[in-house]
Design a protein around this ligand. Structure first.
Ligand code: UD1
Length: 417
């Protein structure tokens, strides 16, 4: 298993280019199953989760005609299977995004229940209830969700909790349902609006995605997808924090600054200079950062996917920071590892109290999930001495060549086998 070895202490300087958004490309790849023909997706990040989604589509009978550089071509015409296998779903929760498209197109879907994951129980009960509202008959047995519907029928559905992939799953299913579907308390993440735009370009009739009420008029078929994935806002935020935590100066290129605004506002509150331009963000540290409090929330609140990285920054801030995680119930696994580097963190339920220390020092640490691993890399870049991060396959799930990008910014970082 690969490890990442970091000698901390260098301020990072230079420019970094942001790759396509993992959380935008996964639902788009799932949406190709709604179409019949050759779909083309560009600016697709070369990360493990994309490879897993392509394996799943291939297993269902879709043909991955090519995946060269950042362009994927998928022929979804010959779809023949309706079962998403346990081994594929268990490695990536987002595999459940095929449920809605399979059901809408083939009238049947059998998708393994994702089970628990490192950051909490993460059930998919809301996806199931929503599909039932659209007329699907659903049974759960032997670890699989069996869904059947001769024809989905539009309905009014209100999510109990805001769910990003839940909203996307239902939106995709409703595009081919009969009549009108109204989704209330829908997720407002940019990845939801983007999916709606992509589907609309293929002939879907989706209104007001990006608001909390989405209205979908079902259509009889969709044209193949041809789209370019927008830049990853979580990756952009991670590099902004890399600049701030190492006392450096970084130009984050090829990003959508408005997508990163909740993080930018918190960085400014912490005393970091962040300037925005057209497709670019510029970050400059001004001495030690100040403690600020954060509370994660669905978009447009502070993203839970940046909580771990921001906590790394707060470990070196002047003062005490209170971090509340309201989206997931168990998303503080990185805290114990950050403590191994010398951080002072107290966890009480959904709240972490971080008292800034003057310095972190390198140590062996273990990545527990995707964003937790990024937070360990960030802390290690600022720590004195050597840190070895193991289980970096978590990083590879969602960050394109993180060690190469950090190295180009002047970090002493390498991957070892
Ligand atoms: C997506 C993102 C993930 C991000 C998360 C929250 C993708 C591929 N992943 O995950 O990176 O951290 O949004 O921004 O886009 N819930 C239920 N029942 C359900 C569905 C969700 O109780 O049926 C709960 C979850 O356990 C969690 C909360 O709702 O506590 C939000 O989860 P959700 O928005 O669904 O996360 P994902 O879509 O899985």
């Amino acid at each position: 298993m690969d490890k990442i070895v970091i000698q901390g202490g260098q301020p990072l300087r230079g420019a970094v280019s942001i790759s396509g958004a993992k959380n935008a490309v996964l639902p788009v790849l799932a949406a190709t199953l709604l179409t019949r023909g050759r779909n083309r997706v560009t600016n697709a990040p070369r990360v493990k989760d994309v490879a897993t989604m392509l394996d799943l589509i291939r297993d269902l009978g879709g043909v991955i005609e090519s995946w060269e550089k950042d362009e994927v071509v998928i022929n979804s015409e010959p779809l023949k299977k309706t079962e998403a296998r346990y081994d594929l779903v268990s490695t990536m929760r987002a595999s459940c995004l095929v449920l809605g498209p399979l059901l809408a197109r083939l009238g049947e879907a059998k998708v393994s229940l994702p089970g628990g994951c490192a950051i909490g129980a993460r059930p998919i009960d809301l996806h199931i209830k929503g599909l039932e509202a659209l007329g699907a008959e659903i049974h759960v047995n032997e670890g699989y969700i069996h869904a059947r519907a001769k024809k989905l029928v539009g309905a009014h559905y209100c999510f109990d909790t805001v769910s990003v992939t839940g909203t996307q799953n239902l939106m995709m299913a409703a595009t081919l349902a009969e009549g009108e579907t109204v989704l209330e308390n829908a997720a407002r993440e940019p990845e939801v609006s983007f999916l709606a735009e992509v589907l609309n370009q293929s002939g879907a009739k989706i209104k007001d995605a990006g608001s909390d009420t989405i209205v979908i008029q079902g259509v009889s078929s969709l044209e193949p997808i041809d789209c370019c994935i927008f830049p990853d806002r979580i990756e952009a935020a991670t590099y902004l924090i890399a600049g701030a935590i190492t006392g450096g100066e970084i130009e984050v290129q090829n990003c959508f600054p408005n997508h990163v605004e909740p993080v930018v506002l918190k960085l400014r509150e912490a005393g970091v200079t962040v300037q925005t331009g057209d497709g670019v963000l510029y970050v400059k540290a001004n001495g030690p950062v100040q403690s600020v409090n954060i509370r994660t929330q669905p978009h447009p609140g502070f993203p839970t996917d940046v909580q771990a990285q921001f906590m790394a920054l707060m470990t070196l801030a002047e003062g005490q920071s209170v971090i509340m995680e309201t989206v997931f119930e168990n998303r503080f696994m990185h805290a114990a590892e950050l403590k191994r580097l010398g951080a002072d963190i107290l966890i009480e339920g959904h709240t972490a109290v971080v008292r800034g220390v003057k310095q972190l020092s390198g140590a062996p640490v273990m990545a527990t999930d995707l964003r937790a691993s990024a937070s360990l890399v960030l802390a290690a870049l600022a720590a004195k001495g050597e840190t070895i991060v193991s289980r970096v396959y978590h990083i590879d799930r969602g960050y394109v060549s993180m060690e190469k990008k950090m190295s180009r910014l002047g970090a002493t970082i390498k991957r070892v086998k």
